[in-house]
Ligand binder design. Structure first.
Ligand SMILES: Cc1ncc(C[n+]2csc(CCOP(=O)(O)OP(=O)(O)O)c2C)c(N)n1
Ligand SMILES: [Mg+2]
Length: 338
């Protein structure tokens, strides 16, 4: 089958010339936003100010940012999961809105009932997150199918973890998408663990993207710490989808650098594994690269970091000045209230 390609397992070498200097700065700024948002949430959770689970995306910023950046945000759609805050920023999500959602203050899109990220923003073409692992993929495929039936090509980008990838609906959605040549991109974020379960107890194949062969679709496994590689790989997937060649399955390899959520001390993760991955921090390695390439000076990066942090602190202050949602809000949009 022509569109079926098997991953070599080696990251493809991509020229950084794909991106202009301004685009590379933009990628860094989105990753820094994601990093500072994440770091702030870790503190706010400990202060009892962030609600719901706090699912860190530390070490995963390149996947969220690089993939969403490959989409056309006026045409395509994003279905983020619990570790994809970076993709929200790329799609123009308002920081203050995200902040009040996570701090459960008045104005929250879930009216304060959930801080975790089960919000959508259709005006910005952001849908999800469906909490039931695997269940969002058929929804994303269905979105693109609906447009396909109207003669419009809308690429859907969605994500699943290494654990979630073992759920039956993932198989059903990919098979269906491939048969109907739906413009869907599924990223399997292989961050080595699903809660406390390591890869070795989740699946027995070498690469999760090898499953693409069985669906008759394109699949590849790449280093998920390299934002430009993620971007280039997703851009190719977008182009294939626009040519009517159907879905792509991209496995990104990263490491979950925190617990499943902040209540989890992740003592079951070997320390040397975390130390090894810490040397591949996606934000730090990208900074080294763009400074080396003369895109930004170290001082400019420092200034960008300071501005990003100040932006985050100002947004937190504005959110914390807001009142709590009215208690009766909690009884809206439920099947039955007592
Ligand atoms: C069908 C289903 N089973 C279990 C859960 C509970 N749950 C939420 S996240 C999670 C672990 C997911 O691990 P993984 O898919 O690897 O994603 P990660 O959290 O590592 O990014 C589990 C078991 C769920 N939400 N849905
Ligand atoms: Mg995982």
């Amino acid at each position: 089958m022509k569109s079926t390609q098997r991953s070599s397992g080696k990251p493809a070498s991509k020229s950084t010339s794909l991106l202009t200097a301004d685009q590379r700065k933009e990628l860094l700024s989105y990753m820094l936003m994601a990093r500072e948002f994440d770091t702030a949430m870790l503190r706010l959770y400990r202060q009892g100010k962030a609600f719901g689970g706090v699912y860190s995306q530390l070490g995963n910023e390149a996947v969220s940012v690089g993939s969403a950046y490959a989409l056309d945000r006026d045409r395509d759609v994003l279905f983020p999961m619990h570790r994809n805050i970076g993709s929200h920023f790329v799609f123009g999500q308002d920081l203050d809105q995200l902040m009040v959602n996570h701090l459960a203050r008045e104005g929250s899109q879930m009216r304060g009932t959930d801080g975790t990220g089960h919000y959508a923003d259709p005006a910005r073409r952001i849908y999800g997150n469906v909490s039931h692992l695997g269940a969002m993929i058929p929804v994303a495929a269905g979105f693109s199918l609906a447009d396909q039936l109207r003669g419009i090509t809308t690429v859907s980008l969605t994500f699943i973890g290494d654990g979630g990838a073992q759920v039956g609906e993932v198989h059903e959605a990919l098979n269906f998408a491939s048969v109907h040549k739906i413009p869907l991109i599924l990223i399997i974020e292989n961050n080595q663990y699903a809660y406390s379960t390591p890869n070795s107890l989740e699946f027995a194949c070498e690469r999760l993207s090898d499953r693409a062969l069985g669906y008759g679709m394109y699949g590849t496994t790449i280093d998920g710490t390299d934002v430009e590689l993620v971007y280039a790989t997703c851009l190719e997937a977008v182009e294939r989808a626009r040519r009517g060649e159907g879905p792509s399955l991209i496995e990104t390899r990263t490491m979950r650098m925190r617990g499943h959520a902040e209540h989890d001390d992740f003592s079951y993760v070997p320390k040397d594994l975390l130390e090894e991955w810490a040397t591949k921090d996606p934000v730090e390695t990208y900074i080294t690269r763009i400074v080396r390439d003369g895109v930004m000076t170290a001082d400019e990066v420092k200034a960008l970091r300071e501005t990003t942090l100040a932006t985050m602190i100002a947004s937190i202050d504005r959110a914390l000045e807001r009142a709590w949602p009215a208690p009766e809000e909690g009884f809206k949009n439920v099947f039955m209230s007592i």
